[in-house]
Design a binder for this molecule. Structure first.
Ligand SMILES: [Zn+2]
Ligand SMILES: [Zn+2]
Length: 346
């Protein structure tokens, strides 16, 4: 079959809408009609060359859609299922999966970053030449073939635009707060960056019962719908940002700081000034392959260097957890997600 897709042919060139061939699903794969997809900074890293990837590639790694065909051996999905697309499939059995880090799965990591399915080939092609999938997905396409393990079935009442955000931004932000940092109720939380991941971290902080929840961004809250984004304080970044954070946190800095900008400079600023001694800086954003912070675990702000520094860029996907939260906390979490989506689509 054919599909229209957004294709990156070369680094630092415009993405082009092209018609590609799409081969049918093979063993363990499904064909999905994509209903919604989010744009994540990780897509941009491929465009800018900050992340190297085989080209040409169909970008898009947070999406949702409806299963229209299942390949042989697919058991947990049926035609018609609504699914969120998980960019980090995992086998559940390898060294990292068994240690609670499925986003580092040894079975899937290599094919994912090679832009291919598990048999080493992509399903997209153009004039007989391969076109690669980003993050096992490539959901900037009307139709996509993906590993079935990437598909997380959702209740049909979950809007697919929200389901798409669960595929990366919500899982990463909420997961960082609840799963990686295990934020305790009553903790003070600072989130740098009010993009998709940062706003999701705010949602996670609310779910965790944190207070205050302080968001810092270069744009004012009005740029995000004027709602305050469910934080308790929204600060426009400036020279007094650290002083204001310290004023709001008893002069000590926050218990938990989430850096969701993907800026090494901001991460180092957080470490130096915004995080309370002996507590937690969670580096959620990624700055591309070339930029890594100069500090090491021993530089964490705790006394005797014992502070917690969490290195995971992308906390383990907990999509089933997030989806369960969606269905069991409809008033708080889902309404916040609605607000979040509308703020980003205005
Ligand atoms: Zn992403
Ligand atoms: Zn694994």
């Amino acid at each position: 079959m054919q599909t229209r897709a957004a294709v990156l042919n070369a680094v630092n060139t415009p993405i082009e809408i092209e018609t590609l061939e799409l081969a049918p699903p093979r063993v363990g794969e499904v064909l999905v009609k994509v209903a919604a997809a989010g744009v994540c900074h990780s897509d941009w890293h491929v465009v800018s060359g900050a992340t190297t990837h085989p080209l040409p590639v169909v970008l898009g790694h947070e999406g949702a859609g409806i299963v229209v065909e299942t390949g042989p051996g697919v058991e947990h999905l049926r035609v018609g299922d609504h699914v969120a697309l998980n960019w980090a499939p995992s086998c559940g059995q390898c060294f990292y999966c068994l240690r609670g880090s499925p986003s580092l799965c040894e079975a899937y990591l290599e094919p994912i970053w090679g832009g291919v399915m598990m048999d080493g080939t992509p399903r997209f092609s153009r004039n007989g030449q391969p076109v690669f999938h980003f993050s096992a997905l490539g959901c900037f396409s009307e139709w996509v073939v993906v590993p079935a393990v990437c598909c997380v079935p959702l209740p049909p009442e979950v809007p697919l635009a929200i389901a798409a955000l669960i595929g990366c931004a919500v899982t990463t932000g909420v997961g960082a707060v609840l799963n990686t940092a295990k934020t305790a109720p009553g903790s003070s939380v600072v989130v740098f960056g009010a993009g998709g991941v940062g706003l999701s971290a705010v949602l996670g902080a609310r779910l965790a019962g944190a207070s205050p929840i302080i968001v810092i961004d270069r744009a004012p809250a009005e740029a995000y719908g004027g709602s305050g984004l469910r934080s308790t304080h929204f600060l426009v970044a400036g020279p007094d940002t650290i002083d204001r954070i310290r004023t709001l946190t008893g002069g000590r800095g926050a218990d938990y700081v989430f850096e969701a900008v993907g800026s090494t400079a901001v991460q180092e600023l957080c470490l130096a000034a915004a995080t309370r001694r002996n507590d937690c800086l969670c580096r959620v954003g990624a700055d591309g392959e070339q930029h890594q912070p100069a500090w090491r675990h021993s530089d964490a702000p705790g006394e005797d260097g014992e502070g917690q520094l969490l290195w995971q860029f992308q906390p383990c996907p907990r999509l089933p957890f997030t989806c369960r939260s969606l269905s069991t906390r409809p008033t708080g979490f889902e309404s916040a997600l609605y607000e979040f989506v509308s703020a980003r689509t205005d």
